[in-house]
Design a protein around this ligand. Structure first.
Ligand code: URA
Length: 204
């Protein structure tokens, strides 16, 4: 039985110290199969705080969030929406890559509720430190932790909502969900909807 412990999060507004503490986190067993903790990244003055699910293979190797295919799509969508990437702090609900080794590949596995809960103090500490104007949930896992309830992304996307974590919370799809669409017409349409959601951040 793998144990889940309380994350030891220092009370600090020193971001590098927070990041260092997160790099040593052993609160859940996910660190064992991961290369490193992938902490959030972006200016501490960011007015927009984006939260995804967990790092992927590329993020795990590079130690930075959203640098793989989903991150490239996110960057393009932010640019197409006219949102300054430098106004954004980007992080994940879970800071280690959950995966299952399969030959030379590592298959992405969804984090379970206890792993998500174990990691919650980290994104909350980041949020408290950055104090953004707007919190953006990329996909259902992020929306679930932020709203503390199941969120139907397609129903609740595209409008500013009050969540327990922020007075101004936007829910939209996770960019990976667009990459998984097999049909290019669907992909283009859904990409346009994603950009439309992000356009709401232009005034932030
Ligand atoms: N998907 C995420 O949710 N986060 C990343 O950092 C990369 C892919």
């Amino acid at each position: 039985m793998k144990t889940i412990q309380d994350a030891v999060v220092p009370k600090t507004d020193d971001w590098p110290r927070l990041r260092r503490a997160a790099s040593r986190c052993r609160a859940c067993p996910l660190w064992e199969n991961a290369t490193q903790t992938v902490f959030g990244e972006g200016p501490q003055t960011a007015s927009i705080f984006l939260i995804g699910e967990q790092p992927g293979d590329r993020e795990d190797r590079e130690g930075k969030p959203f640098v793989g295919p989903a991150g490239k799509l996110l960057d393009r969508a932010l640019a197409d929406a006219g949102v300054d990437r430098d106004a954004c702090y980007v992080t994940n609900a879970v800071k280690h890559f959950k995966n299952e080794p399969r030959g030379k590949r590592r298959l992405h596995k969804k984090p379970n509720q206890s792993e998500i809960s174990a990691c919650e103090p980290w994104w909350k500490a980041e949020l408290a430190l950055i104090r953004p104007r707007t919190l953006v949930c990329l996909g259902a896992t992020a929306a679930h932790v932020v709203f503390e309830r199941v969120v139907r992304v397609q129903k609740e996307r595209g409008a500013f909502l009050v969540s327990p974590a922020s007075e101004r919370t936007l829910v939209t799809v996770h960019p990976s969900s667009l990459l998984r669409l097999p049909d290019s017409a669907d992909r283009n349409r859904e990409y346009g909807r994603f950009v439309d959601d992000l356009k709401l951040l232009r005034s932030d």
